[in-house]
Design a protein around this ligand. Structure first.
Ligand SMILES: C[S@@+](CC[C@H](N)C(=O)[O-])C[C@H]1O[C@@H](n2cnc3c(N)ncnc32)[C@H](O)[C@@H]1O
Length: 353
């Protein structure tokens, strides 16, 4: 066995730093700023080469797809490097601007950047994710960006969540005289996927959303089961009084909402649901994107899509007082591993206020 080892290389300062002229903290600052500039220069070079690539896509679609995705991730790795050497978000975004404009030629990414309904994660964007239909012009860089964005795990986790919610609706609809509340229902893809089961049951559903257009949109889609539905428009946080008379609910679904709420807002909602909305033994389902989501760099820099990530301990902390007073709490992850799927079951001995 060759035991010879190469000599460790000496850390070297950038060539133009004259160490004799500086104190050590000045040297550190100078090195940091040089490293920062180096990474920003790398990012700038990537932007230039991305434009060249976008104007001369490989003819073979598979190569074009893979080469596009390679560049999308190369951008993200370099953005992460830029942060690690101290560059600011503003600097990074200003360098990325022209590349982000190319991304926005994808109608889906454009929605993520521009929030056409005035808030992130609107029901039309969610519908886009659920349908997964690429609407960009074929064989353009934006087509491959859209293809990747709609197919990537960060979009898949939402479809998984919808499927999970639909399976909960089906499970509860089999029981007698069930009441279900769907908070922030958006385009209600979960309810729409189990209309036959709802029609065959005697369950009642209350659908809530703060966007009146979301409710108008689904009223038509849900017309075969309209007699089972009540629609309540408004911010759930300020409309507990409007929702409570339709309960108590055996199942409350809050999928995809907590990624946008602060801890205080979640605390408020969970406690109000426990006191005023849930039947004894009733279940409140919610989801949250986990910490360490690797797609965060992409969605925050090429979209304006910021999700509040939480880990399992954060979720346990949010429900701790309810668990102490008799609720049960269970958490799993969706198939992508990106989202937590959580169920809070109210104790059977707890009454509704
Ligand atoms: C957060 S997602 C929920 C998506 C939906 N639950 C699903 O699984 O596809 C988007 C929807 O939430 C609604 N929304 C966001 N915050 C809300 C709030 N505080 N109260 C009621 N609706 C809200 C938005 O109007 C939008 O239609």
């Amino acid at each position: 066995m060759n035991m010879e080892r190469s000599q460790p290389t000496q850390p070297h300062s950038p060539p133009h730093v004259d160490r004799s002229r500086y104190h050590s903290n000045q040297i550190d600052n100078e090195i940091a700023s040089t490293q920062g500039q180096c990474k920003i220069d790398q990012l700038e070079a990537l932007v230039i080469s991305f434009h060249e690539f976008a104007n001369n896509l490989p003819a073979d679609p598979r190569t074009a797809f893979n080469a596009t995705v390679f560049r999308m991730h190369q951008f993200c790795a370099t953005i992460d490097d830029c942060y690690s050497v101290g560059n600011s978000r503003e600097e990074i975004l200003s360098v990325l601007r022209s590349a982000a404009d190319v991304y926005a030629r994808s109608p889906f990414v454009s929605r993520l950047q521009n929030w056409p309904r005035g808030y992130p994660g609107d029901f039309e964007s969610i519908e886009y994710i659920v349908d997964q239909i690429n609407k960009a012009p074929p064989h353009t860089v934006e087509y491959f960006i859209e293809q990747y964005s709609l197919g990537s795990p960060i979009s898949q986790q939402h479809r998984n969540k919808v499927a999970h919610q639909a399976s909960l609706i089906r499970k509860y609809a089999r029981k007698a005289a069930i009441k279900i509340l769907i908070v922030a229902c958006g385009s209600a893809p979960d309810v729409r996927s189990c209309m036959p089961e709802i029609a065959a049951s005697d369950c009642r559903l209350v659908l809530n959303d703060m966007d009146a257009d979301a409710l108008s949109y689904i009223q038509e889609k849900l017309s075969p089961i309209l007699d089972r539905l009540v629609f309540i428009k408004g911010n759930v946080l300020t409309n507990i009084n409007k929702l409570a008379p339709f309960g108590p609910f055996d199942l409350i679904l809050c999928g995809g909402l907590f990624d946008y709420l602060t801890d205080n807002q979640i605390n408020f909602l969970l406690h109000k649901a426990d006191e005023r909305l849930l039947a004894p033994g009733g279940v409140l389902f919610f989801s949250n994107i986990g910490t360490g989501n690797p797609y965060r760099t992409m969605i925050e820099h090429f979209g304006a899509w910021r999700l509040i990530e939480r880990d399992k301990d954060d979720l346990c902390r949010l429900v701790s007082t309810l668990v102490a007073s008799g609720s049960e709490f269970a958490v799993t992850r969706d198939g992508t591993g990106l989202a937590y799927l959580a169920e809070l079951k109210k104790g059977l001995n707890k009454v509704v206020a």
